[in-house]
Every structure is written in structure tokens, then in C-alpha cells.
Design a protein around this ligand. Structure first.
Ligand code: ATP
Length: 359
């Protein structure tokens, strides 16, 4: 297992010389806001400004001041309820979306300086690849398995002819996809085979970092196990790092070195996955662990907690996002947003973390 690296260590790489042991991925103060639909648009904003009216428009703060690092060879889990911002975060990291602020640095290169549209054709595009939840939906239905795997090799590596075929076949072999299936379309493949195509397509261009957005959620439990084993083998054989997004805390505890717990756009706790789940320090992580389906109920659905989350639209910067749902909440939580603080190899954003750690 890779040694843990705390969330705030990124600071050393933002200001001053990069350390010798530079993280593979360095995310600093990342923000992504979406305008609330039905708002007035750029022209309306201009009109309001000319009339001297308010120009601020409401925004969903989907990712709010998020910082973390991933080291070479590490598997980092990302967990949190639906709507906490996991998909938005990974879409910004993989440069499918532009951030509203902050830095994404991969192997020292600041990816966030390149607009998403331009990055799609960038030679470094292949260094960070994504595997989506449902390969059946993310693969073009008119592409055979061969064409799906060949597509990024053509676009990003400029391969064609025999060299292209050799790379596609190699990726299929690595992912346990029989070559005879390469001529089939997605609807002619089983869920597990489609998942293998999605993974082969991502690893064919030899990325440094694979971002897996619930890669097994659409699969039967028995197939999930086989795909997780495949991912484990590939990681060792190809020397990749993983960011693994999942609702399944059992799987995250099993395969991840570290975990990031996200709530309403913010990281509220991070640390070694086993320790975080065995002894959660943030009341939200505790609630998540308590609400997680047992082994018998695996696949029973997403975790749902009691109570309504606060609104993600222009949240009050002085109020803890978990206030209102938190059993520990007091007036203090409504006047000062708790910052992430370090406790050994853990980081926790709660005013009462000392109380919890000293139990
Ligand atoms: N294009 C968009 N426009 C406006 N709001 C958006 C957009 N995409 C996401 N959001 C909002 O951003 C917040 C985070 O959504 P996101 O899909 O990232 O959460 P999630 O944790 O990935 O959820 P799930 O696990 O259900 O996929 C939500 O409040 C969502 O409604």
C-alpha cells in the first residue's frame, strides 16, 4: 500500500519549487459552479449592469474549494451521496468540463490552463482516462468493440493500419476480451464484456491515471468481482493510479489506499480507507457508514440519509454544509465554516473532531 499523503500537501506544489516526490495528480482549490437554469444569460446580465441593477446570479456550487493529491500507483476512493459533486469533480479533472477556479496539475503540467475543447486534442489527453458507469451507454452503439477501442488510439496517438490493430488486440488481451468479440456491437455483448471494452478503450492509450466513475454499478455482483480483479491486475501490470468513485463503501474499503469523503461540494474527511471506515471522524462519514447497505444487501441501491441536505445554490460560506442534518451541530457551525484539519494521517473538517478523536 502506498504511504498516505494528506489533502493539504498540495500547497507545497502550488507555491515554490515542486518537491522531489511530486504527486501524479495535484488538485488545488478547485471550484465548479453552474448557473441556475432559468437565469438571465450574458445579454440579460449586461442589461442589468447598464440599468445599475444587481448582476450576481445564483449558482450551484457543485465543487467548492476541493484540494487533494494522488500519488503514482495509489488508488484513491471518492465517496458521498448522490448530488454531492462526485461526477462534476471527475469531469473537471478529466477536462470534460472547465473549472470555475483552481488548479488541476498532472505530472507537473497544469491541465486547467488549457480549455476543455482544446484539451480534447492535446497529446496529454491520453494520460488521464475515464471509465464510465455504464459502458453500454458510453460506447457509441454504432461502433464495434474494435472501433470503440481503436477510437482514442487514432485520435490521440495517430495510429492506423497494422500498428493500430496490434494495439487494439493487446488492450483486448490485457482486459480478457476474446479477440473474436472485437467485431461485435455493444448490444451483442454481455454487461461484463461491455465493461471490458470500456476499460480496454481507456487503458489502450496507456494512461497514468484512470478515473473510474462507478465502473461496476451496472453489473451483477458476481461480474463486479471479476471486473474489480481485472482492475487490480491492470493497475499492477500497467503501473497506473486510480481515482475510484463509488457508492459501495465495502468495495472502496477493499481496494482503495485512501478515501476522500465529499459532502455538498466539499471534502469533509480524508485518510486511509480502512481507518476512515472503521473509525469515522466526521459526523457525515459516520452517517454514511451507518447507512451503508450490509454485505447481504449489496446492490440494494444508493445510500440515503435522513433529513434534507442544505441547498447547493449560493451556500452561506460561514455555515457548515452538514448543519441541519448533523447530530453534533451547534451555533458555532452557523458562524464559522469548519476547515480541513490534520489528525495524524487523516484530515477532517469538523469543529468537534478533537472530541470524536479522543473518544
Ligand atoms: N450541468 C449542470 N447544470 C446545473 N447543475 C448541475 C449540472 N451538473 C450537475 N449539477 C448540480 O451539481 C450538483 C452535483 O451534481 P453531480 O452530478 O456532480 O453529483 P454526484 O455526486 O455525481 O451525484 P450522482 O452520484 O447521483 O451521480 C448537483 O446539485 C447537481 O444538480
Amino acid at each position: 500500500m502506498t504511504a498516505p499523503l494528506a489533502v493539504t500537501e498540495h500547497a507545497a506544489t502550488i507555491h515554490g519549487a515542486p518537491p522531489a516526490d511530486m504527486p501524479l495528480l495535484d488538485v488545488a482549490e478547485l471550484e465548479k459552479r453552474f448557473p441556475v437554469s432559468g437565469t438571465i444569460g450574458p445579454l440579460g446580465r449586461l442589461r442589468r449592469r447598464m440599468k445599475g441593477g444587481p448582476v450576481h446570479l445564483p449558482h450551484v456550487h457543485a465543487v467548492d474549494d476541493v484540494s487533494f493529491v494522488i500519488r503514482k500507483g495509489e488508488t484513491v476512493g471518492l465517496v458521498g451521496e448522490s448530488g454531492c459533486g462526485k461526477s462534476t469533480l471527475v469531469r473537471v479533472l478529466t477536462r470534460l468540463l472547465d473549472p470555475s477556479g483552481g488548479i488541476v496539475r498532472l505530472g507537473g503540467r497544469e491541465l486547467s490552463l488549457t480549455p476543455a475543447r482544446r484539451f480534447a486534442k492535446d497529446p496529454d489527453r491520453g494520460r488521464i482516462q475515464m471509465v464510465f458507469q455504464d459502458a453500454g451507454e458510453s460506447i457509441n452503439p454504432r461502433f464495434t468493440a474494435f472501433a470503440a477501442i481503436a477510437d482514442p488510439l487514432r485520435r490521440l496517438r495517430g495510429l492506423k493500419g497494422a500498428a493500430l490493430t496490434a494495439k487494439v488486440e493487446r488492450a483486448a488481451d490485457q482486459c480478457g476480451l476474446p479477440r473474436a468479440l472485437l467485431t461485435r456491437f455493444p448490444h451483442q455483448l454481455s454487461g461484463g464484456q461491455r465493461a471490458r471494452v470500456g476499460i480496454a478503450r481507456a487503458v489502450a492509450v496507456e494512461p497514468d491515471l484512470l478515473v473510474l466513475d462507478e465502473p461496476t454499478a451496472a453489473l451483477d455482483v458476481s461480474v463486479q468481482v471479476v471486473i474489480l480483479q481485472l482492475l487490480d491486475t491492470l493497475k499492477t501490470d500497467l503501473g497506473m493510479s486510480y481515482l475510484f468513485v463509488s457508492h459501495d463503501l465495502g468495495v472502496v474499503r477493499l481496494i482503495c489506499d485512501r478515501v476522500l469523503v465529499m459532502y455538498l461540494g466539499k471534502i469533509v474527511e480524508s485518510g486511509p480507507a480502512r481507518d476512515v471506515f472503521a473509525n469515522p471522524l466526521h459526523p457525515y462519514t459516520r452517517a454514511l457508514v451507518d447507512a451503508a447497505p450490509s454485505l447481504h444487501d449489496r446492490g440494494a441501491g444508493r445510500i440515503r440519509l435522513q433529513g434534507e441536505p442544505r441547498s447547493p445554490i449560493d451556500p452561506d460560506p460561514n455555515v457548515c454544509r452538514f448543519y441541519g442534518r448533523c447530530p453534533k451541530g451547534t451555533d458555532r457551525c452557523t458562524t464559522a465554516m469548519p476547515e480541513l484539519r490534520r489528525f495524524g494521517d487523516r484530515e477532517v473538517a469538523c469543529h468537534f473532531a478533537e472530541e470524536i478523536t479522543s473518544r
